[in-house]
Design a protein around this ligand. Structure first.
Ligand SMILES: [Mg+2]
Length: 377
């Protein structure tokens, strides 16, 4: 059966700061989506990561279906009325446009969608994040899909041995988003050269090379600031990742996420802290809004989803979290000094740019220094 898995998520307000959505707001999203259960949707699941509500949907309408996107848009808008009535912080903050225009892309909510021919045992993960930019999954996905040190299936399984094709989005080009398609392992060094810059480049999709019709992963690459023209909150990407058989096994993603790579985001979206794997429905951390990722494992048959397995909930992750918390606390000891705070290029929509512009007037050029050509002393 050909099924589409769509994850559409948005931050439409949270309790006492950027923490969690209220139960009432979540209830309104659920109630709106539930009305389409068995009609427009085959199945659905609703949860949150920090302050971001995720609507996970299965259906047969394909990617970019206006009906599916409209449903999510309506649910978020309806629930925003409640968020405002409750005085939630940042109520409606990810709904950047007034009118729906066929797709949530460009309107604020993030989305990740995969259309697939269901395998007999279709296993997939949904990754949800909070307090981080679209490149937050670059390192874990790079390690799981291209590096045999983390993903022994690349050596051990014929289905993976040919490698994967990575679609990488340049989110910060002057002419708008642009895409490059590179094959691993041949172009591994080029892939690495791009993905290292998580503020500019993000994996958008990954495809099998042995089975070119099989998409392995889809990641949301919305940059809210590119829509709003100013800082309005972090992007908090969602992703759908198929696992097992011709794809890396679920557990091969574990060590890659346990790295706790530093990513941009956190407090005021202006800092670097390690990406912390947490259980589903975890509130954002009051420790400087440390970036977080949750992973839900699903099995799917005829588009029907099982209840999810909470993939970062087993006891092992307590030790990982302790270690990542130490990394985070160590970084925070240096306050605003780089790289704890993001480089100026990433703060261009923040108040610090206006502040520096004011300081410009107070700078005095040292004439002697300016006259001395470099390297002549
Ligand atoms: Mg968020």
């Amino acid at each position: 059966m050909r099924v589409t898995v769509s994850v559409i998520k948005a931050d439409i307000g949270a309790i006492g700061g950027h923490t969690i959505p209220s139960a009432e707001v979540l209830g309104i999203v659920r109630e709106r989506v539930e009305r389409e259960h068995g009609k427009l949707l085959i199945d659905f699941y609703i949860c949150h990561a920090g302050d971001d509500i995720a609507i996970i949907m299965t259906h047969t309408r394909g990617k970019d279906s206006p009906d599916i996107h409209q449903l999510a848009w309506d649910a978020f808008n309806k629930a925003t009325v409640k968020a405002k009535a409750q005085g939630l912080y940042g109520a409606g903050q990810d709904l950047l446009k007034d009118a729906f225009s066929g797709n949530v892309r460009g309107l604020g909510p993030g989305s990740a969608e995969i259309e697939l021919d269901e395998r007999p045992s279709e296993a997939l993960m949904v990754l949800l994040s909070d307090k981080c930019g679209p490149g937050a999954f670059n390192l874990p996905l790079y390690l799981a899909f291209t590096d045999p040190m983390y993903s022994p299936g690349l050596m051990l399984s014929e289905g993976l041995h040919d490698g994967f094709t990575l679609h990488i989005m340049d989110m910060d080009h002057t002419e708008g988003d642009r895409l490059i398609v590179l094959n691993a392992p041949e172009r591994l060094y080029d892939i690495a050269a791009l993905l290292r810059d998580t503020n500019r480049y993000a994996i958008e999709a990954i495809w099998s090379r042995k089975f070119p019709n099989e998409q392995a992963a889809a990641v949301g690459t919305t940059r809210l600031r590119n829509i709003a023209g100013r800082y309005v909150g972090k992007d908090d990407p969602p992703a759908v990742v198929r696992v097992q058989k011709i794809f890396p096994a679920t557990e091969e993603f574990g060590p890659a996420f346990a790295v706790g790579a530093f990513v941009g985001g956190d407090t005021r979206g202006s800092h670097n802290l390690p990406l912390m794997p947490v259980p589903v429905n975890t509130p954002a951390s009051t420790f400087f809004c440390c970036p977080m990722v949750s992973a839900l494992g699903f099995s799917m048959h005829d588009g029907m989803l099982t209840a999810p397995s909470d993939l970062f909930a087993d006891p092992f992750w307590n030790a990982v979290r302790d270690q990542i918390a130490l990394k985070a606390m160590e970084m925070r000891r240096q306050g605003f000094f780089e790289p704890a705070m993001l480089p100026m290029s990433e703060l261009e929509y923040g108040g610090i740019v206006a502040r520096l512009r004011k300081l410009e007037q107070e700078f005095v050029v040292r004439k002697e220094a300016a006259k001395t050509p470099a390297g002549t002393e």
